[in-house]
Design a protein around this ligand. Structure first.
Ligand code: NAP
Length: 231
């Protein structure tokens, strides 16, 4: 059945973000897909299929002034789901002591600071029972880090998780739910061809997890099967 709900998905050009946009369109939602290059063929394809249910907007999440401009552009839109998916990694084999300052800043700004700027900028635009979600990773769990590797990436997602908890704690009385999502290891440009999960399985599970937590309030760190992940 068609729904009047709207999802704002940041980083929807490919991989999990594009998969989330497709999943919500297939569920009858309206989707505002934020991409760095709105002419990219991958996001134009669902536009041909879903037409007016999909709006494609430009945003580089690391550009602070673009986030403020986006808020002004979307002034009249009510948002039921805000999902910040955009993320990057450096060379996962690089030990933290060998990471350049520039690379540290790039990964931390993209994965931790920028998503939280978006969440803070749009929190008051979320419907009262809406959901604000960020794409973290199982690698962001401090408790489950037994193996090392992906050291800067892990740290950036652990920072994202902590910041999401802080924002949710400041809004503890709201009915809005704050979700930190671990999508599993998924076959994308970042996940690589050996990953066990396809995009469709991961995003279907994520959308189901989000649906089950609408209107619950609070903050949770969950995987694509809606299982709790240890912080
Ligand atoms: N795949 C996995 O196994 C896995 C596991 C755990 C967590 N994750 C997380 O899931 C998210 C999506 O990953 P993926 O596997 O789909 O990776 P991907 O295929 O490399 O896609 C990354 C997405 O992030 C966007 N992005 C990167 N920097 C951006 C910026 N500055 N502004 C706006 N968009 C930006 C990219 O846009 P462009 O096309 O413009 O570059 C692209 O849409 C990431 O946060 C990642 O850390 C993935």
């Amino acid at each position: 059945m068609p729904s009047s709900q709207t999802a704002l998905i940041i980083g929807a050009s490919r991989g999990l973000g594009l998969g989330l946009a497709r999943e919500y369109l297939a569920r009858g939602w309206r989707v505002i897909a934020m991409v760095r290059d709105p002419t990219s063929p991958a996001i134009r394809e669902p536009k041909a299929e879903f037409d007016r249910a999909l709006d494609i907007e430009t945003l580089d999440i690391a550009e602070q002034n673009q986030i403020a401009a986006l808020r002004r552009r979307l002034a009249d839109r009510a948002i039921d789901l805000l999902f910040v998916n955009a993320g990057v990694t450096n060379d996962p084999n690089e030990p933290i002591g060998e990471v350049s300052t520039e690379e540290f800043i790039r990964v931390m700004v993209t994965n931790a600071l920028s998503p939280m700027r978006v969440i803070e900028t749009f929190a008051d635009r979320l419907c009262s029972d809406g959901v604000a979600a960020v794409m973290s990773s199982g690698l962001g769990s401090v408790a489950d880090n037994d193996g090392g590797g992906w050291e800067l990436y892990r740290a950036s997602k652990a920072a994202l998780n902590t910041l999401m908890k802080s924002v949710a704690a400041r809004r503890a009385t709201a009915k809005q739910a704050f979700l930190v999502v671990a999508p599993g290891w998924v076959r994308t440009d970042m996940g690589g061809p050996s990953a066990p999960l396809d995009v469709e399985t991961s995003v279907r599970g994520i959308a189901d997890a989000i649906a089950s937590r609408h209107g619950e309030g609070g903050v949770a760190y969950v995987d694509y099967r809606n299982r709790i992940v240890r912080w």
